[in-house]
Write a protein that binds this ligand. Structure first.
Ligand code: FES
Ligand code: FES
Length: 166
């Protein structure tokens, strides 16, 4: 009879939106599962689990990452920003407000990932062209909106953010 394989768990510590979360996890645990199940932050969605949809997009040390493509152990000691980290003092981020104003979401499943890709874009390029916006969200699939309102919202937020909050 084959022996049951015992997987040794590893301690992982990740700072998410400024707060440190620790867990004893299997080495194969994905970062998205750490975020959702260990940190309890359910805003980051899982759409495909295979790097295709972008619903799980977060920032790791300021860089956009599909969190289903990274292991939790690889994020040990690093800083992650999720969609919950965008609002401050109970006020929505300008990107979130622009999405709301422009009806840039319907079911909302893609929205957290879309917002994080847009946030990463504007952190690098505060005044993107329409082409640059399209390129930045090329890895994020939306099945509802047709993308036009999303592009409009990101452009509108970029204008607003130039005059104030990042
Ligand atoms: S769940 Fe990660 S890309 Fe789809
Ligand atoms: S709003 Fe439904 S998938 Fe984008």
């Amino acid at each position: 009879m084959e022996k049951a394989r015992i997987v040794e768990k590893v301690k992982v510590s990740v700072k998410i939106n400024g707060k440190t979360y620790e867990g004893l996890v299997e080495p194969r645990m994905l970062l998205v599962d750490f975020i959702r199940d260990v940190a309890g932050l359910k805003g980051t969605h899982i759409g495909c689990d295979t790097t295709s949809c972008g619903a799980c997009t977060v920032l790791v040390d300021g860089v956009s990452v599909k969190s289903c493509t990274m292991l939790a152990v690889e994020a040990d000691g690093r800083e992650v920003t999720t969609v919950e980290g965008l609002s401050r003092d109970g006020k929505l981020h300008p990107l979130q407000e622009a999405f709301w104003r422009n009806h840039a979401l319907q079911c909302g499943y893609c929205t957290p990932g879309m917002l994080m890709s847009a946030y990463f874009l504007l952190s690098r390029n505060p005044d993107p062209t329409e082409e640059e916006i399209k390129e930045a969200i090329a890895g994020n699939i939306c099945r509802c909106t047709g993308y036009i309102p999303i592009i409009r919202a990101i452009k509108e937020a970029s204008v607003e953010m130039k005059g104030g909050r990042k």
